[in-house]
Design a protein around this ligand. Structure first.
Ligand code: GLA
Length: 715
């Protein structure tokens, strides 16, 4: 903070300058490369206007002041006083709102939130609150900025207090509003659906209003809440990029509006379609936290900043920098068709492959022998699992394996004891038959008795056996929620349940899942440090899915399994090496019937997994750089580990003449570099380190093959 009107927020790679404008509005004067912080240096950032151009409204009398909100770069804005861009707040029945500075304060660290997950402080974290008021509307709005200097991230939240005498209803509450100079941008979003999550879409930004939004009730596989605004020339390694993401698991909307007066407005928060909040006089509510980052090092710079932030400030404390185990999941090996003997026979082979945790997936409880029945009844089906979870855990322990458990607590089958006892606990709109997804309904987590039931029943199961890992699934989208604001209250209910179940059990490693990556977001990561990234295990598809997710979520959060060939989702035949090579730079697991592997592949996979276990710390927590593609039909990923830089190259549809390609790395080295092929009988070789950025001709890499090479300074 420089003085009472200028606030300078610094991180290791960026500066954000926020100031109080001539009529008291909170303005956004800079967000970009780090600046010298003197008052003199920053004073030059203040927007200057001499005259009022056509078709703008002045804030007051035109002759008094040329202040026109529509062209001010603002850090908060509302509707009705001449700013015609997307607003940050809406109040039912009051369409004119105008917030001006009232007070401000700076505190060390982060401030807690009532009910929504927020990031933990890192070194040097500070929080700035700028409080504004609209006395006519009887509302106070506090803009909360928190800096995470080591990560290069600044977060924002918005708090609203009713300072009037009547109740009000908010129908829009953004986490942030931000105007930035238009450098000629593209917008990068992660779009897709079941089995095809996180495909990067890059859209040139003209003067349009472009919205990235989910209305499914979850952060969604359709449109992940992470969004980038990047210079049009930016690629993986170069260019200025602005990152926006939400610590939120519900329907969201981030709007990017290009055009007017040379600025771009970005507004993000819960989707107004699914948001409504009643505030009695004196009450306060709060938006989800948004995590913003700037990098002038291209998409990889964003990856590094968000990666550091998630690994150090988002995932539960116990799992920060703690290597994740190799999980074996029997789901694609058995589906619903198993019993204890089948599982233990698989477990023996899984242990030989190098697995450390055996995850008991869907089908272990109630009458759950298929998708039609049993969801909601969280007691062990002892017809299938004689002796229950405890006996299974003992059997697994003989093979050196821990027990992990799949649950889907938010859902219920109509054919279940729970539904028969409490049909009113399922979400349903009055007078309508609720829609089903995968034969299931959702429980109404806005109701305290439903939350209490789940906390009790899950606690009993999780404490009933030596369980070390939980896979929390959620396999449908929302429907039939008729009350305004229901979805937001559901998300709050979900966070309460997760906090009450896992808070007292920090030893449990929680992997979240929603038909794969339908709820891959910072909110869920605050409770569980990894996510089953997709139900698609085809390595070709996974390359794209993992590359997309990794923009916002680091390798340590992306759960990736080696599965069977032909692949169960696409039918594609691939080698065990390619499947391993695609999963290895992330949180590796195995999901197949080991008996179907031929002895040669089984030995190979065991050898590969042993290598992974020796290097996993570097793979899971090292910096991941994608190397912008050369035209040689290969994808490249470089992971900076303590042992060296692991360059993974994947052959993906090379043209016949492309077979000879380039060995490339994101950064060069001053001296000679030794390149050691990780597997195979090829010998190490040396080359000039500086040549790697441009690329050095290397051996052919046909379709579906991969090379892993460890690069280190020679000598
Ligand atoms: C979802 C999950 C899968 C598996 C099945 C079980 O589809 O994403 O990994 O757990 O449910 O029904």
């Amino acid at each position: 903070m420089l003085d009472d009107r200028v606030f300078h927020l610094r991180t290791q790679c960026s500066s954000m300058v926020v100031g109080i404008g001539p009529a008291g509005h909170v303005e956004q004067w800079w967000w970009g490369a780090p600046l010298d912080g003197t008052a003199e240096a920053l004073g030059g950032l203040v927007p200057r206007w001499d005259e009022v151009p056509g078709l703008v409204l002045t804030h007051g009398h035109t002759s008094d002041s040329p202040l026109a909100l529509n062209r001010q770069p603002l850090a908060w804005s509302s509707h009705g006083k001449g700013d015609f861009r997307q607003p940050g707040i809406g109040v039912v029945g009051q369409r004119v709102l105008d917030f001006t500075h009232h007070s401000h304060a700076v505190v060390e660290g982060v401030l807690p939130s009532g009910g929504l997950p927020v990031a933990d402080a890192g070194p040097g974290t500070q929080t700035l609150d700028i409080t504004t008021r609209d006395e006519v509307a009887g509302l106070e709005v506090t803009l909360r900025f928190t800096t995470f200097p080591a990560s290069g991230v600044i977060t924002r939240r918005t708090l609203v207090t009713n300072i009037g005498h009547e109740p009000i209803v908010l129908d829009r509450l953004a986490s942030f509003v931000m105007d930035v100079p238009n450098l000629g941008f593209d917008v990068v979003t992660l779009d897709g659906w079941w089995l095809s999550e996180a495909h990067q879409t890059r859209t040139p930004l003209g003067q349009q209003v472009l919205t990235n939004a989910s209305v499914t009730g979850a952060s969604s596989a359709a449109h992940n809440p992470g969004l980038l605004v990047v210079e049009s020339r930016a690629d993986d390694q170069h260019g200025r990029c602005l990152g926006f993401n939400l610590v939120y698991s519900g329907s969201h909307a981030t709007t990017v509006e290009g055009g007017q007066w040379g600025t771009v407005r970005v507004v993000g928060g819960p989707n107004p379609i699914d948001f409504a909040w009643r505030l009695a006089p004196g009450e306060t509510t709060e938006s989800p936290e948004a995590a913003l980052t700037f990098s002038d090092q291209g998409l990889n710079g964003v990856r590094a900043n968000y990666g550091h932030f998630v690994d150090h400030c988002i995932v539960p404390e116990r799992w920060r920098q703690r290597p994740r185990p190799v999980v074996f999941n029997h789901w694609e090996g058995t589906y619903f068709d198993y019993d204890t003997d089948v599982l233990l026979a698989m477990a023996a082979q899984a242990a030989q492959l190098g697995a450390e945790v055996f995850v008991l997936d869907d089908g272990w409880f109630g009458q759950r022998n298929g998708p039609l029945a049993g969801l909601g009844d969280w007691s062990v089906n002892t017809d299938k699992l004689a002796g229950g979870l405890d006996a299974l855990a003992r059997g697994l322990a003989e093979h050196g394996l821990d027990l992990g458990l799949w649950v889907e607590p938010e859902s219920v089958n109509v054919d279940s004891d729970l539904y028969r006892a409490h049909p009113d606990w399922a979400i349903a709109a009055p007078g309508r038959r609720p829609s089903e997804g995968r034969h299931q309904l959702l429980l109404d987590l806005t109701r305290p008795e439903v939350r209490d039931h789940l906390v009790g029943v899950l606690g009993d199961v999780l404490d009933s056996a030596p369980i070390s890992f939980v896979k929390w699934d959620m396999n449908r989208l929302f429907s039939d929620a008729s009350e305004p604001g229901f979805h937001h209250r559901y998300v709050l209910g979900l966070y309460e349940v997760l906090g009450r179940v896992f808070g007292p059990r920090p030893h449990l490693l929680l992997e979240t899942c929603s038909s794969g990556g339908n709820r891959f977001d910072l909110g869920m990561l605050r409770f569980g440090p990894q996510v089953w990234a997709s139900d698609c295990t085809d390595p070709f598809q996974r390359l794209r899915i993992q590359q997309g997710h990794s923009l916002f979520y680091p390798a340590s959060t992306i759960s990736a399994h080696v599965s069977a060939s032909p692949n169960h989702q696409t039918g594609r035949v691939t080698s065990v090496d390619f499947r391993f090579g695609v999963a290895a730079p992330y949180v590796l697991g195995i999901e197949l019937d080991p008996a179907t592997l031929d002895p040669h592949d089984r030995a190979r996979l065991a050898e590969r997994v042993a290598w992974y276990r020796r290097h996993r710390e570097g793979l899971q927590f090292g910096r991941h750089d994608h190397v912008a593609p050369a035209l040689d039909g290969r994808q490249r990923l470089a992971v900076t580990t303590p042992e060296g830089v692991l360059v993974a190259e994947y052959g993906v549809s090379p043209r016949p003449g492309d077979a000879n390609g380039l060995l490339q790395a994101p950064r060069g080295w001053p001296g000679m570099v030794e390149v050691e092929p990780v597997f195979g009988d090829k010998s190490p070789f040396v080359l000039p380190g500086a040549a790697l950025v441009q690329g050095v001709p290397t051996t052919p890499l046909p379709d579906g093959h991969c090379h892993l090479s460890m690069l280190r300074p020679a000598g």
